[in-house]
Ligand binder design. Sequence first.
Ligand code: ADP
Ligand code: ZN
Ligand code: ZN
Length: 745
Amino acid sequence: MPDSLSSPPPRVLRVAIPSPLRRLFDYRASHEAPPGGWRPGIRVRVPFGRRQVVGVVVACAARSDLAPDKLKPVEAWLDAEPLPEDWLWLCQFTARYYQHSLGDTLHQAMPVLLRQGRPLAGRMRERWQALTEPGTNDPRLKRAPRQAELLAMLRQHPHGLPTQAIVAQGYSREQLTTLVEKQLAVREEIPLTAAEPATEQLLAEPALPLNREQAQALAAIHERLDAFHPCLLHGVTGSGKTEIYLQLIEAVVARGRQALLLVPEIGLTPQTLARFRSRFRVPVVALHSGLTDNERLDAWEAVASGRAPIVIGTRSAIFTPLARPGAIIVDEEHDGSFKQQEGLRYHARDLAVARAKHHGIPLVLGSATPSLESLYHAERGNYRHLRLTRRASRHAPARLELTDLRGRPRQGGLIPPVIEAIRETLAAGHQVLVFINRRGFAPTLACHACGWLADCDSCDARMTLHRQPPMLACHHCDKRRPVPDACPSCGSADLRPLGSGTERTEETLAGLFPKVPVHRIDRDSTRRRDAFEQTLAQVRRGEPCLLVGTQMLAKGHHLPHVTLVVVVNADAGLYASDFRALEHSAQLLVQVAGRAGRAAHPGRVLVQTLHTDDPHLRLLAEHGYDALAEQLLAERRAAALPPYRFLALLRLESPREDATISLGREAAAMLRGWIGEHAPDVHCLGPVPAPMERRQNRYHVQLLLSAGRRSQLHAACARLTAWLEASPGARRVRWSLDVDPQTLA
Ligand code: ADP
Ligand code: ZN
Ligand code: ZN
C-alpha cells in the first residue's frame, strides 16, 4: 500500500539503484526520516552488494516481499526535499519507454555531483560588486587595462555579478581577487536560492519586425500557450525560425514561465548563445559538454528553482527540471545528435514531445528538413504544420546542380569544371566551401601490384590513410599503424591512396590556389577547443578563402561570404543499406547547400556524383527536400518501416561469434513462441550479423522487432529484457535494446 503523509511512517522504501537491473530494491526506512517525511524523489545512501551507492526513493510501502531480517537499512537521506517531481516523472517515463533500468536512468539524468551524493540545497554562490563610483579613474589601474575593463563592467551591474557570468566574458578569478585586494570591489556569498534582482524590462534589444509568414507562424503558436500544442516549424534555412523562437520565448517568459530550447551538439556555438543573451536581460542558462561539474549543478539548480527563465542545451538538457514550464523548442529536430547511441538510448526530441504533453505546454519542432516522423505527424494533423518558404535575406536557397563524375579526371576528388567554378568564385572575391564526408587523407591505401588493401585486423573495415600525422587509422576501433613503405602482401612499392579525404582535398586546393588560404575543418583539425571558433571568426571577416570540411561545417553556421558550395561525392549516403540513409543524406545535402548565398550574393551548389540519373537525387535536385520526403514516406509505407511501423533492435556482441549467435537464436525462439500467444502484431527478424559484424574483435549480431502497435512492441521488449536478464547465456554476451533505433548498424 502506498503511503500518504497522514498515515504512519513507512517501514519500507523502494529504491532505484544505479544498476542495469530493471527492478527496484527494498530497504528498511531508518528511524530518522527527513524533516518532511519519506517521499518519492529523495536521494538516499544505501548499501548495495559490497558498495555504498546513491539511490532514489521511488515509493514508500508498509511491507516488503523480503523477510524483515533480510531488509537492509538505509544509511542516510541526502535530500530534505525531494528532487523535482517533473524530473522524476520524465525519468520514469524514459525508463519505461526505452525499457531501461530506472536506477540507471535517474543516475544518467542527474548532474554528476548529485550522483555522488552532494547536496542540492543550501549551496552558496559568489557575487562580485564594484565599490567605486563610475567615472573615477583609479591610478592603481593605470597599468592594468583588463582590470579597468572588468571594473567598468562590474559598475554596470549595481546588484553585482556571479563568477560564472564574469568568467564567461573572458576575465579570470585572479583579476577579480586583485580588484578586491585593491579595495575596488567586494566579494560576497549569497545563498544560491536567493531570487535574481527583478528585471523591469525583459528585452535588452528590440525584437525584429516579422515578415508575414513569420507573423502567421508565431500567431499560430501563440494561439494556445497553456495547452499541449505541438507545431512543426518547417522553414527553409535562413527563413527566420530562430527569430520565432526568440519571440515565443519572450512571450513565455513575460507570463512568468520558463522556456527550454534544445539544439544539436554542433549548434550550441558561442554565436548562438550570444544571439539569445543579447536579446534578453534575464539569465540564459547554457547546458553543454564544456561545463565543469559545479557549473552544471549550478545551472540545473537555477532552472529547477525557477530563477533562470531560459535554458538552452544539447541532448541531455531535456532532463533539466523546470519549476514553471512554459514551452519546449527543438531546433533542427531532425538532427541525429538528439538520439543517444549508447547506454540509455533515448531520443531527446521524442522525450520533448512526451514532456510538453505532460506539462500541457506548446512544443515547437523546427527544421528546414524535418524528419520523416515529424512530417508524418504533421500530415496526419497530430502536429500543426507551419511553413516558412522565404528567406529573410534577399536570396532563395540555391538549387543543387548535379555534376557527372563519370569518365572525368579528378584532382583531390574534384573534376575540372568544378575546379573552374572554384577559380571563378575566388576571383570574384567570394568564399568557397568544399564538403567531403571523409576525414583523413584517403579512405584507404591500396597496392597497385596485387590489389592489397589496408584492412583493420580487428574490424571488418578499411583503415584510413592520414598524412597529418602520417598513419593508418581505423575510424571504428581507433587502432593505428605506421604507413608501410612496401606492400605487406607482395612487397611492391606501388602503394597508392585510394579516393579522397579532407586532407587530400585540402592539399590539392592549396596546390591549385597557392595565394588563397585553405581552412580544413574536421575532427582532426579542431581538437583544440577554440580552434574551430577562431577559424570561423577569421572566415567571417570575408576575405576570399577555401573551406574544406566534414559535416561539422555543414550545419548551422552562418557563413555570409560563401557563395559556392561543392559536394565532393554525394553517392555514399545514397547507396548505403540503412533504411534511414537516404533521409539523412538528403538532410545533410540540403544543410550543406544552405551555407551558400546567405547574405548579399546568390549562391551556387555543385554536387558531384556518379549517378546523375538516380531518381532520388534528381527529385531532390529538381523539386527539393519536401518532394523527396514525400516519396520516401511512400516507400517507407510500402516497406512497412517507420513511421508506419515501430522498431526495436536487440544488439548482441561478444568476442565469440558462436556464443553471440546462439544467444540470438535462443532469444528469437523464446520470443517467437511468446509473440504467437501474446502479441501477434509483432514480427521478429533474425538473428542476423550486424552490417559490420566484427568490430574491435567483437562479433555483433542483431534481432529486429517490428510492430504496428506500440503497446505490443513494448510488451515484447519487456518480455525479451526479462528473459535476457535471467538467461545464463547472456552473462558472456553484452546486449542492449534500442527502441526506435535511428540506424540498424
Ligand atoms: P533560421 O533559424 O530559419 O535559419 P534565422 O532566424 O537565423 O533563420 O534568420 C536568418 C537571418 O535573417 C538572420 O540574420 C536574422 O537576423 C534575419 N532575420 C530573421 N527574421 C528577420 C526579420 N523578420 N526581419 C529581418 N531579418 C530577419
Ligand atoms: Zn601488393
Ligand atoms: Zn578497427
